[in-house]
Design a protein around this ligand. Structure first.
Ligand code: HT7
Ligand code: ZN
Length: 860
């Protein structure tokens, strides 16, 4: 496959000014009539090359005359019009088959609903077009469809006409007043349920809000609606940004490749990020819905009003919008919990990606398949880079930069440099020259902090040293990073707190008038996305764990301590030495459990034992079974030592009614964490506690929490609980996804057979990405021991499924392929089993470029 390079960017030869679409919807033969006003955009006279994939061309007319001087290459996915004037009207008719489209890209059917997904390059599967984001046009759409089957017909903008047609058909015409790239185009048709509301903007306009879903699910849309109104208000308050159309619609569909899509005025969502009620959705689901609703809404300004010049700029809209949604979540919930969760997510997914074969900078220089670049790096590391800009400029300076960004670039398709330019001009020409290294260099930087205290001079010196990781480019340069630091005295009080700007490889930062030896708390709030090491002793870390005023670093200290202990124990396990868990750590853990001044959510987070993925990152050769065994041992030791406290804590939390506020969510999390830890106590002592919790649950957080504990502990109640859950929920696909995940992630030997059986269950459907992710995706990502089974059966199963899926949906297949990313750090005996599977995949005829790109990088 061809490699696309940022350095070869050329502006489009032709621009589409307006496009009027008429779509005659039909399951297998949808007729698309497109009328475009097109203008040449270069001085040279060149052919017009349109993108088009899986389209049946019917006719072409140029300025109303039949046009024949063209080449339609189905192989190159292009339609070349050899000679066209400088300005003209082009009419193209083509046919598509939505029902056969299982890629979920372009126009397709999700159950009975027609819907679209056009980012990044789906529109070319609807009609022939200059399908790139720097081609911005005004769209109108007339949708024609059977009135009974598809009473609701939606597209972007405002409805301007509607009426009945013969043959039981009807039509609605939509006009979007804003110019936009085709990736933001959307269409939906179906017999949908809806809830409606309104939002009054700060300038007093009323915006109609509509959330569509399968009929019968309307009652599950209220949280999404509340989240939408909160998002609209928050963007006005925090960034002064007001919604710009009279209607905002969201449609929930089951067959969807990602979380949601920010199409102008007509967001399309994976139903998992819309539908929720207490009984069927967890607190994590509710939290996720608020955040994704926010994310897509915030794109209206950061993504839609100002879009990307080309797909190399993806982080321009995604990093910035993730930063905005994280800030929104922090303001709506608990700022410290939000920050800890975001960083845990970043570490688990992005740090792993950035250290592996598909590592790339937030602004990549090349790609084969852009769909492979909707990654944790572009999104989450991109958001960290934006956060660093805010830390450097301050919240007010950042806001000024945002205002400037809209003032300079509204309505345009721009680059990350343009964003930085706006931030700089709005802040006395702040020098971002070195900061820009964050955009073009891959790999997680290492930061070392060492300290020196001169008692006589009352001087404390903190030395910060940054090192670039081994996989960084050869010519990589030092980063400009904001490092938030606090100095803490022996009573736990902050005696200094500031943001240090590290620019050199090594820099000394001197603090004067420090009267006693302090402890440095470095990289507070995780101000720079780095891997930090310090010269703090074990006892000093325990001190931070108890006293740091920065909640992130208090959490972090516990992670540092437990990670170090676990990694040492893994060495013991490999050498077949007996294990012993450091008693000071066991004691400190108990203190946190017993401390009534710590709020429940933070306590629950502090109980997290570093995940397998994070621990694997620290190992040159990954010891899969040993890592699992040690994590189990640590949990068992902590649980056994503190079982009375855990039971007391568990029992102390009583919830009379179900509330969705941060406090109540924290309580449920803590209660479930206690239950889970207790399940590690020898002999199944707390099996019945978990089973009772399961049976008494009045909400999904408790129900699935208990089920997970029961299944993962291989409790005597496992089969009964799984069956009861199935019988109760088999008609709700979102809940069945949880049921599949619980089983796929169980590290038990029986999981492999269970997966084969589950694939045949009526609730499973491999054309629905959520189900594939819930079963196979979870198996690969979270069940490291079974995926890396010494027989090689885990590899073979996933390779088989991946090849089957690649024929249907290459995006889903390539996500599965990245599950093999630890190939080079897998022990040799396992590599010898994994390699033939990877080679089998890459040698397959007709393999998608999505999978090819990932597997070729893994094989190196
Ligand atoms: N901007 C969207 C990215 C996207 C996508 C969404 C749904 C289905 C397929 C997709 N491919 C790319 C999602 C977002 O970041 O908001
Ligand atoms: Zn986004």
């Amino acid at each position: 496959p061809k490699v696309i390079k940022l350095s070869e960017y050329k502006k489009p030869d032709y621009l589409v000014e307006t496009i009027d679409l008429v779509l005659h919807l039909d399951n297998t033969k949808t007729l698309v009539q497109s009328t475009m006003k097109i203008k040449r955009n270069t001085d040279e006279v060149t052919p017009l090359i349109l993108n088009g994939e899986e389209l049946v061309l019917k006719s072409i007319k140029l300025n109303n005359e039949t046009y024949t001087d063209y080449v339609h290459s189905t192989e190159n996915h292009s339609l070349t019009l050899n000679k066209v004037p400088a300005e003209f009207t082009l009419m193209i008719e083509n046919e598509i088959n939505p029902e056969a489209n299982k890629t979920l890209d372009g126009l397709y059917k999700s159950g009975t609903i027609f819907c679209t997904q056009n980012e990044p390059e789906g529109f070319r599967r609807i009609t022939f077009y200059v399908d790139r984001p720097d081609n911005m046009a005004k769209f109108t759409t007339k949708i024609v469809a059977d009135k009974k089957l598809y009473p609701i017909l939606l597209s972007n903008g405002n409805p301007i006409a509607r009426g009945d047609l013969e043959g039981g058909k009807h039509f609605v015409t939509w006009e979007d007043p804003f110019k936009k790239p085709a990736y933001l185009y959307a269409l939906v048709a179906g017999d949908l349920g809806v809830i409606k509301d309104t939002f009054k903007t700060k300038s007093g306009r009323n915006v109609a809000l509509e959330i569509y879903c399968d009929k019968g699910n309307e009652n599950k849309c209220h949280h999404a609606m509340e989240s939408l109104k909160k998002s609209m208000k928050w963007d006005e308050d925090r960034f002064g940004l007001e919604y710009d159309l009279d209607i905002y619609m969201i449609v929930a569909v089951d067959a969807f490749n990602m979380g949601a899509m920010e199409n102008k005025g007509l967001n399309i969502f994976n139903s998992a990020y819309v539908l929720a009620d207490q009984k069927s959705a967890t607190d994590t689901n509710f939290y996720g819905i608020e955040s994704v609703i926010g994310h897509e809404y915030f794109h209206n300004w950061t993504g839609n009003r100002i879009t990307c010049r080309d797909w190399f700029q993806l982080t321009l809209k995604e990093g910035l919008t993730v930063f905005r949604d994280q800030e929104f979540s922090a303001d709506m919930n608990s700022r410290s919990v939000e920050r800890i969760q975001s960083v845990m997510g970043l570490r688990a997914a992005q740090f792993a990606e950035d250290a592996g074969p598909t590592s790339h900078p937030i602004k990549p220089a090349t790609y084969m398949e852009i769909n492979n670049f909707y990654t944790a790096t572009i999104y989450e590391k991109g958001a960290e880079v934006i956060r660093m800009i805010q830390t450097l400029l301050g919240v007010d300076g950042f806001r000024k930069g945002m205002d400037k960004y809209f003032e300079l670039f509204d309505g345009q398709a721009v680059r990350t440099e343009d964003f930085i330019h706006a931030m700089s001009v709005a802040n006395n020409n702040f020098d971002f020259t070195q900061f820009k290294n964050w955009y073009g260099q891959n790999g997680t930087p290492l930061l070392k902090a060492t300290s020196k205290y001169d008692e006589a001079a009352k001087r404390f010196t903190l030395t910060l040293t940054q090192t670039l990781p081994a996989n960084a480019p050869k010519d990589a340069k030092a980063y400009h990073m904001p490092v938030r630091v606090g100095l803490i005295d022996s009573t736990g009080k902050d005696i200094a707190s500031k943001v240090l700007e590290l620019k050199e490889t090594t820099q000394d930062f001197v603090f004067e008038n420090i009267t006693s030896k302090p402890i440095a708390s470095v990289n507070r709030e995780f101000s720079a996305p780095v891997k930090l090491t310090t010269d703090l002793t074990f006892d000093e870390q325990l001190f931070l764990m108890a006293h740091d005023s920065d909640s992130f670093n208090r959490f972090e200290a516990a992670q540092v301590v437990s990670t170090k202990l676990i990694l040492d124990l893994i060495e013991d396990a490999k050498a077949k030495r007996t294990f012993e868990l450091n008693s000071k750590y066991v004691e400190a853990f108990g203190k946190i459990l017993a401390d009534n001044t710590i709020d429940e959510a933070f306590k629950a987070l502090s109980m997290s034992i570093p995940g397998e993925g994070v621990l694997h990152q620290e190992q040159a050769e990954i010891a899969y079974p040993e890592t699992e065994a040690v994590r189990t041992f640590v949990k068992k030791t902590l649980a056994t030592a503190h079982q009375d406290t855990l039971v007391k804590l568990y029992k102390s939390i009583e919830q009379k009614e179900y509330k969705l506020d941060p406090k109540s969510m924290g309580q449920r999390d803590l209660k479930n964490k206690c239950l889970d830890l207790l399940s590690y106590v020898e002999g199944g002592k707390y099996n019945s506690l978990a089973f009772d919790h399961f049976k008494a649950a009045t909400n999904m957080t408790d129900e699935i929490g208990a089920l997970t504990t029961i299944v993962h502990a291989n409790s005597v109640h496992k089969d009964e609980a799984l069956k009861a859950f199935y019988d109760k929920w088999k008609h709700e696909t979102l809940v069945m996804q949880k049921w599949l995940t619980v089983q796929a992630s169980a590290s038990d030997e029986s999981t492999y057979d269970a997966i084969l059986k589950l694939e045949k269950d009526a609730v499973y459907d491999r054309t629905i990405p959520n189900l594939v992710r819930a079963l196979l995706g979870q198996f690969v990502a979270t069940n490291k021991v079974q995926f890396n089974h010494p027989s090689g059966r885990g590899y073979k199963l996933i390779a088989d499924r991946l090849l089957e899926l690649d024929k249907l949906n290459p995006q889903v297949a390539s996500r599965l392929a990245s599950g093999f990313k630890d190939f080079k750090r897998t022990p040799k005996v396992l590599q010898d089993l994994m390699r033939p599977e990877l080679e089998r995949i890459i040698k397959t005829d007709g393999l998608s470029k999505n999978v090819y790109e990932i597997v070729s990088k893994i094989l190196g």
